[in-house]
Design a protein around this ligand. Structure first.
Ligand SMILES: [Fe+2]
Ligand SMILES: [Fe+2]
Length: 183
């Protein structure tokens, strides 16, 4: 197994686990009456699925991811948990993965894997920021004040207003954003 493929698989495991976790967190938020925070978790799930797709394209083979264990709390706890995870993925995990895969310098898949990791690294920080905003609201007992969320289908960037400019992460045209369905 190559170093590069090993890290792509690890990243797919992490992203897949996040989709499982956020799907449950969305249900919990909905049950607690925070429907816009539930919607945010759905948007994050859509974004992590884009990372899985990009990493899988780089891997060039079928891979069945392993789900990591996670704990479920109240919505405020779940938002904090997700914030911490996104921050760690952006500032530590992907940063380290990028360093490691460079050692596989003769691998022809390196370029595409690098791009996929760089986008994911930068996008996870936008996820962290969106969750940080959600936390501000929920700490006051309020639901998030945004009812439309758009995701860049190339890289997974998320924004709360109709896109008018190119994606700040991957540079694609605003037409590449899609509005996340609420249900
Ligand atoms: Fe994320
Ligand atoms: Fe993008």
């Amino acid at each position: 197994m190559s170093i590069l493929k090993d890290y792509l698989k690890k990243a797919i495991d992490g992203e897949f686990s996040a989709t499982q976790k956020y799907t449950e967190f969305a249900d919990i938020a909905q049950n607690e009456g925070f429907s816009n925070i539930a919607y945010l978790f759905k948007a994050l799930t859509a974004a992590e699925n884009i990372h899985i797709k990009n990493h899988t394209n780089a891997l060039k083979e079928e891979y069945q991811p392993e789900v990591e264990e996670f704990t479920r709390g109240t919505t405020i706890e779940n938002v904090k948990d997700a914030m911490e995870a996104e921050f760690w993925e952006s500032k530590t995990m992907y940063k380290n993965y990028l360093k490691e895969i460079k050692k596989d310098k003769k691998n022809p898949l390196l370029k595409v894997a690098q791009l996929s990791f760089e986008w994911a690294r930068d996008v996870e920080y936008t996820h962290y920021q969106a969750l940080k905003l959600a936390l501000k609201y929920i700490e006051k007992g309020k639901d998030l004040d945004y009812s439309e969320i758009y995701v860049c289908k190339v890289c997974g960037d998320i924004i709360f207003t109709k896109p008018t400019e190119i994606c700040p992460i991957c540079g694609h045209d605003p037409a590449f954003y899609f509005k996340v369905k609420r249900n």
